[in-house]
Ligand binder design. Structure first.
Ligand code: TMP
Length: 212
């Protein structure tokens, strides 16, 4: 497969959207075609799942049900958006992907990781991002940054939920240094952007875009 698949992860309020816009700009300046997308979302099915889950109109959901919905949407997203763009040689930047399911439904909700691994294998086999930026900041910093805006289904959770997620993400990054780069997001924007640029450039030099 050609192209480059980059994902962004982290708890709420760590600045993923700002980082995504910045990475998109850098890649465009390097004359690389970029497709930006998000999960849940990215297709009509994904956006429906997003709206339904985040709205909270359903009341309590089990982690298993959340995971099933995330993977159903992801299956469509991979087939209809991500793989076609990569096959066309584009760079795809996705705001969250499968790591988020292991973090939120697994570590956050306590869903059996084996259940998640079976779904992952069925939906994506060994398809993984080439590069993942984990934006990390203390939970209270993330919570302060989102304070004042209306909260969704996940944002209504209490601090320990996000502490479990943050801890899981940091552990995952240590286990997958070949793909996950942790960025300290509790710093001024210029410092974060400088790191994003440095790591992206290093990565592009080390692994030039595959040309199909
Ligand atoms: P966000 O993309 O605006 O941060 O919102 C998406 C929310 O969905 C966020 O709280 C994390 C959650 N989520 C999961 O729980 N599992 C998943 O697999 C994904 C992709 C997102």
């Amino acid at each position: 497969m050609a192209g480059l698949f980059i994902t962004l992860e982290g708890i709420e309020g760590v600045g993923k959207s700002t980082a995504l816009t910045y990475l998109e700009k850098l890649l465009q300046e390097a004359e690389i075609e970029v497709v930006t997308t998000r999960e849940p979302g990215g297709t009509s099915l994904g956006e429906m799942v997003r709206e339904w889950i985040l709205s909270g109109i359903h009341g309590e959901l089990s982690g298993e049900l959340e995971a099933l919905l995330m993977f159903a949407a992801r299956s469509h997203h991979i087939d209809k958006v991500i793989k076609p763009a990569l096959n066309a040689g584009h760079c795809v930047i996705c705001d969250r992907f499968t790591d988020a399911t292991f973090a939120y439904q697994g570590a956050g909700r306590g869903t059996n990781p084996e259940f998640l691994r079976v779904l992952k294998q069925a939906v994506q086999g060994n398809f993984e991002p080439d590069l993942t930026f984990l934006l990390d900041a203390p939970v209270e910093v993330g919570m302060q940054r989102i304070a004042g805006r209306p909260t969704d289904h996940f944002e209504q959770e209490a601090t320990p939920f996000f502490e479990r997620i943050r801890k899981f993400y940091l552990r995952l990054a240590k286990e997958h240094t070949e793909r996950i780069i942790t960025i300290d997001a509790n710093r001024p924007r210029e410092d974060i952007e400088r790191d994003l640029k440095r790591y992206l450039c290093q990565f592009l030099e080390a692994i030039p875009l595959r040309d199909g």
